[in-house]
Design a protein around this ligand. Structure first.
Ligand code: ATP
Ligand code: MG
Length: 600
């Protein structure tokens, strides 16, 4: 990776201070036990295995701390200028009611409650109601077709599904007979008994009849709480199960990484159908009692800038794909909005190209802070912290309480690669509270992820002499060419430096001589044509910056790159198409790719 200037952070004397000011000291003195005491105000001794319930921490504790009338969720409707605010006291009541609804239906601890809901207020009552009842909350993405939904409902053995009438009739009803575990379907937008499709119940009627008070039964830190499916970027999505004590990581990272302070307005743009949208779009911000902005609408650059402005968003958690789309919409657009309230911008989901960090520094006036984690880790593991200098292109340093290492596994034995700047697999020492506890129905696969007390992430990275981690690529995506290991991220980041390039993905294409050569798929910004001159220019830039061994041998222009519905580039699909192989599981694919130019 080219040596870009470090973005230096200044200490603000007397002004606003970040929660984590001295990384090394905090990292050295941190313990999860102390964190648990802080989180529960000393009421629960998590180590002694007493009660720790996510909903009690995220919702009810705000009432006992005098924040009952504080706005917990500010919901912005997709249509019109409708805005609805919900206080912590209201969320406490709604979730109590929904917990009673579940109990009344005979749903208990360990039963799975799925949602197929857009970003609407009911989602929050259902999530926390299920958690209060010690049921397992499993949000599914509304854009899934019937088959991906059937697979997930089946695999999770969901007993309850909360959805809308339209989604139910279009996607679920035709396959309902095959969902043998599904006992109850609750529709959020049908209010009259006679209007209900057969075999469904009305959310509104059930809630109205339910007792508004619910006492959370003792919940052990190891009780299952959340079920999330991975994005399916590298293969068939896996179901990762998390437990109630994951809330310790949600809280610690809300404090240290998102740097949330009481009174803040926070916006997470991820959909709750993915782990980010639940860990950081529902739970984490409420554990620190801030106001969470929820936008029902899909991406629109002008709308997003307007939300940042009008809602006076202080902290914003988004994704590289969204940042690239904002970059595509031009530098002039944000100039007409007042973004002065935005204190901290953060990203996750894919590598954040240095170009994006520099763009946000230049155009938005503050750099975007990259964070790395996975569905399996349940919360942020590696991050750029507000008080820490940023090296553009680096994922940052491990969260306090998380031990990250670069390792290689040789003949089933783990070898730590302690020297700086050596590439290897990113591994995490077992022991952080939000680690997944199983892959649904895949015990062997789960076991294979662990070796000698470490969890192997499947991502390749390196750590520099200052302790910063740099993403190289997914182990599956790394290209082996003429004896070199080439990480796609480095090549793609250079391609993105060309002013015509909007998005880029590279794969290894089999080559009889070199084993593989790098092939790039490039989507251009509007106004640029996919012609030979542009191809040559991009190729020349890549050769100059990367050298001929690493630069792409081929560039194919495409209108769009295949991505998961959560916005991740699916390189495995580009490769399968290139090689004429079966595409494998495409249940999370967002849209087909259309070629606009030939390849060479
Ligand atoms: P599947 O496991 O089904 O193939 P997935 O790995 O994309 O899908 P997620 O758990 O949603 O599913 O994504 C986690 C992965 O996303 C990480 O393992 C990593 O490859 C990538 N990722 C997340 N954040 C970053 C980041 N900041 N930099 C680089 N890669 C990232
Ligand atoms: Mg994965």
């Amino acid at each position: 990776m080219r040596n870009l200037p470090v973005i230096k952070k200044q200490r603000l004397e007397g002004e606003f201070q970040p929660n984590l000011q001295r990384y090394d000291e905090t990292y050295a003195s941190f313990s999860w036990r102390d964190l648990a005491q802080e989180l529960t105000r000393g009421h629960a001794d998590v180590v002694a295995d007493s009660s720790l319930n996510i909903a009690s921490i995220a919702i009810d504790q705000n009432l006992s701390n005098g924040r009952g009338e504080h706005i917990a969720v500010r919901w912005l409707a997709a249509d019109g200028d409708i805005r609805r605010d919900f206080t912590f006291a209201q969320l406490a009541e709604f979730s109590d009611r929904f917990a009673n609804v579940l109990r009344g239906l005979g749903i208990g601890a360990g039963d799975v409650v799925c949602t197929v809901l857009g970003r609407i207020p009911e989602l929050y009552a259902v999530c926390f109601g299920a958690l209060k009842n010690r049921s397992i909350f499993c949000p599914l993405f509304t854009a899934f077709g019937p088959e991906p939904l059937r697979m997930r409902l089946d695999l999770s053995r969901a007993k309850v599904l909360v959805t809308s009438r339209n989604l139910y009739e279009r996607k679920i009803a035709p396959m309902r007979p095959s969902l043998s575990h599904l006992a109850h379907v609750i529709l959020v937008d049908v209010y009259q008994e006679q209007m209900l499709p057969e075999g469904t119940q009305s959310y509104g009627l059930l809630m109205a009849r339910a007792d508004p008070n619910f006492t959370i039964p003792p919940t052990r830190p190891e009780d299952p709480a959340l079920l999330h499916f991975t994005s399916g970027t590298t293969g068939t999505p896996k179901g990762a199960l998390h437990v109630h004590q994951a809330v310790m990581v949600h809280y610690a990272t809300a404090k240290y990484v998102l740097d949330l302070h009481p009174g803040d307005v926070y916006w997470c743009t991820a959909d709750p159908g993915w782990v980010t949208g639940t860990s950081y779009g529902i739970i984490a911000p409420l554990t620190v009692g801030v106001t969470l902005v929820v936008d029902e609408a899909e991406f629109d650059a002008a709308r997003w800038y307007k939300i940042l402005q009008d809602q006076k968003v202080n902290v914003w958690y988004t994704a590289p794909t969204a940042v690239r789309m904002l970059m595509k919409s031009g530098d002039a657009l944000p100039q007409s909005y007042d973004l002065s309230h935005l204190r901290h911008a953060v990203s996750v989901g894919e590598p954040l190209n240095p170009e994006a960090v520099l763009w946000s520094q230049r155009v938005l006036g503050r750099p975007i802070h990259d964070t790395w984690w996975q569905t399996e880790t349940g919360g942020i593991m590696v991050a750029n912290f507000p008080a820490m200098d940023i090296k553009p292109g680096s994922m940052g340093r491990p969260v306090p309480g998380v031990e990250a290492a670069i390792v290689s596994v040789v003949n089933g034995v783990l070898q730590p690669l302690a020297e700086p700047d050596v590439e290897g697999e990113l591994a995490l020492r077992v022991g952080w509270p939000s680690m997944f506890r199983s892959y649904l129905n895949q015990e062997e696969r789960y076991k294979k992820c662990f070796i000698d007390g470490y969890y192997l992430t499947g991502d390749l990275a390196r750590r520099d002499a200052d302790g910063y981690f740099w993403f190289v690529g997914r182990a599956d995506d790394v290209i082996k060419s003429a004896g070199h290991l080439i990480g796609p991220f480095e090549v793609e980041s250079v391609l993105l430096e060309h002013p015509a390039v909007a998005e880029a993905a590279v794969i290894g294409k089999p080559d009889p001589l070199l084993m593989e050569v790098v092939k790039a798929f490039v989507a251009l910004k509007s106004g640029f044509s996919p012609d030979e001159a542009t191809r040559k220019e991009i190729m020349a830039l890549a050769r100059r910056r990367l050298g001929p061994a690493v630069a792409p041998r081929e560039i194919e222009f495409v209108a769009d790159l295949p991505k998961t519905k959560s916005g991740k580039i699916m390189r495995r699909l580009l490769k399968a198409r290139e090689l004429g192989l079966p595409e494998g599981d495409t249940s999370t694919l967002e849209r087909p790719v259309v070629a606009t130019g030939g390849s060479r």
